[in-house]
Design a protein around this ligand. Structure first.
Ligand SMILES: [Zn+2]
Length: 149
């Protein structure tokens, strides 16, 4: 699969798959879904990528039981901002308490955060759990992540 490149707008030249990892890009994709009815191919690709982003391939494991992580802990609140603990957990073992919420490791969780800085750090954290943290995330790498060979 080849990256799907936008040909208009403020993200012109960027790929749909790469934009998923950028909070402004992700929000622009949601804007396209809402506002652009005349681009069926593009809409289909965004829907496909977002659907795959609901069950991303996670490389980290729950420290308690060793199954693939599905959740992380977001500590803080909407006023002060959140910080994210590096560890990923399965849902059952994910610690949740006052000001520490468990958050599913999927792309749509980003919509839970009000502050752009929180959205950005959530996506960075998710990216680490997807094993994409270190090397530069090119359009090709992002595409291979959503559409593995
Ligand atoms: Zn577990």
């Amino acid at each position: 699969m080849k990256p799907y490149i936008l040909w208009f707008g403020r993200f012109k030249g960027q790929s749909v798959e790469r934009m998923m990892f950028d909070h402004a890009g992700y929000s622009y994709l949601r804007f396209i879904l809402r506002e652009f009815n005349d681009k069926p191919q593009l809409l289909a690709r965004i829907r496909e990528v977002m659907q795959r982003g609901e069950q991303p391939r996670i490389v980290t494991a729950c420290p308690t039981c060793g199954t693939p992580a599905t959740h992380i802990v977001a500590a803080g609140d909407d006023r002060e901002g959140f910080s994210f603990e590096a560890e990923g957990w399965c849902e059952a073992h994910c610690p949740e308490e006052h000001r520490r919420q468990k958050m599913p490791l999927k792309f749509s969780s980003v919509a839970r955060f009000v502050m752009p800085s929180d959205q950005a750090s959530f996506l960075k954290n998710l990216r680490d759990h997807c094993g994409l943290g270190r090397e530069r995330l090119t359009a090709e790498r992002a595409c291979d992540f959503f559409f593995p060979a």
